[in-house]
Design a protein around this ligand. Sequence first.
Ligand code: GLN
Length: 465
Amino acid sequence: AQSALAAAEKAADLNAFLHIDTELTLAQARAADALLAAGQGGPLTGLPIAHKDVFVTQGWRTTASSKMLGQYVSPFDATVVDKLQKAGAVSVGKLNCDEFAMGSGNEFSAFGPARNPWDATRVPGGSSGGSAAAVAAGLVMASTGTDTGGSVRQPAALCGVSGIKPTYGTVSRYGMIAYGSSLDQAGPLARHAQDLVELLDCISGFDERDSTSLENCKGTPNQPGRIRADFEAALASHPAGKPMQGLRIGVPTEFFSAGLSNDVAQAVEAALREFEALGATRVSISLPRTELSIPAYYVIAPAEASSNLSRYDGVRYGHRTHSYGDLADMTSRSRAEGFGPEVKRRILVGTYMLCHGYYDAYYLQAQRIRRLIADDFQRVFNADCDVIMGPVTPTPAKLIGANQDDPTADWLADIYTLAPSLAGLPAMSIPCGFSQDAKPLPIGLHLIGNYFSEGHLLATAHRFQ
Ligand code: GLN
């Protein structure tokens, strides 16, 4: 824990950490030592980790990278935080992200951008940018992130680490600051897929404090042990010589269309060939509504966000302005001061979509498309393939500030990650190569599985790594 704290301090330029509290960390390290001394330690005991600053934590501030929550300290721990702490993991602090998890580059943080450890002029991805940067720079062994439309997978890809978003409902959202509640899922990031197994297994499980938490995963109780058991069973079921024998990999033609950079296309192609060499077969599939995932997501997520963020009124929650007239003026000034530009944009879009008269035309229509997107996945999983693979991002990490004048350019780059989120499917990113740049940039491979196939996805990724 001490060396992790020292490393975090030394790497301050990355701006990966927002809050560090040596005393709190050392107290957790002592608790981990006590667990070990009592012979009650597990695989995560003593592991230095850190949490995205949207998980509420007792002691550390929780800001969601927003001025709105600049001084907020929660009276309780998020379920994810609590579970990891009980397993003996030691938190080194809270990690930078896009404000309220809205963004794809960690540029929309009220506390400045986090930087990519491979090239500090570039973004680490977002919104869990600090989570990916901290693992990639070796500051912590693992971190927590949240993924609403790609925010675990995309930064993992751009920083060359592994990250998984489980089936919606696997991990409790209790104490996770809400963005788009029907999409938000927590997921871990670490170097290798194998490291993710224990982490995801630990944080998974039914939680009565989250109404969308699942009690059952296709007949198996949603509780720790399930993902590890599935992972081990999947590993054991394959011969050593041809470890991918029988695996049918669906490769969507829509994932290799215009906009995909050569670097990414080549790295993904090389990875697919490697899977074939290990015995897998490649099946060309079609996910015809891939492009529609962008408008559908950017209606649904902002609509839910506008509702979730209405609680920050300067009375019950959030920053309160210093001088104001009446109550309405106070709320409006507080929100104008507290929220950053991207959050305001989403609130405006979302509020518009939910207006009487537009609700049917936009929100309901987006929900219909969401259903069709989910059906498309079921069609290919029923008939063609066991897992879907492709790119996570169209390009490697962009320069910080590159899309400054065009706020929707980043939205388009979410094209590969949004559909699995809309469908609630598990999906992950693992490193699969580098760009040809003078300073090579990491590239991620996307693995998408059917509901509750986390253990299988992790085993497939592990055999590749
Ligand atoms: N980039 C997407 C957005 O801005 C996804 C963010 C996320 O998954 N939290 O909404």
